[in-house]
Design a protein. Structure first.
Length: 95
């Protein structure tokens, strides 16, 4: 595994990434507020469908995760927590 070089990102790339992330956070907060108003039964059905979708997409999730962790320093203490496998994907879906 290689070491990611943060310095490779220029200021505009970093600002763009931060801006995109903040927009996504705002949308997630809005969605959470709307979901909180739904009946419990509907929320449960939604969560079940999300869990099923996570299981269905596990191969894609694992492939994307592999691309991300390859960029990390092998000595990074976060690496073991961020490295996914089929069991971790199942545990995420199982909640």
């Amino acid at each position: 595994m290689g070491t990611i070089i943060i310095g490779a990102l220029d200021a505009s790339s970093t600002n763009s990434l931060v801006s995109k992330t903040l927009r996504k956070i705002k949308l997630a907060k809005q969605a959470a507020s709307q979901i909180a108003l739904l009946p419990d039964k509907q929320i449960s059905r939604m969560l079940l469908r999300l869990a099923q979708r996570i299981e269905q997409k596990s191969a894609e999730i694992l492939a994307a995760n592999k691309k991300d962790v390859i960029k990390m320093d092998e000595e990074d203490p976060k690496l073991p927590r961020l490295l996914l496998d089929k069991k971790k994907i199942h545990d995420i879906a199982d909640g």
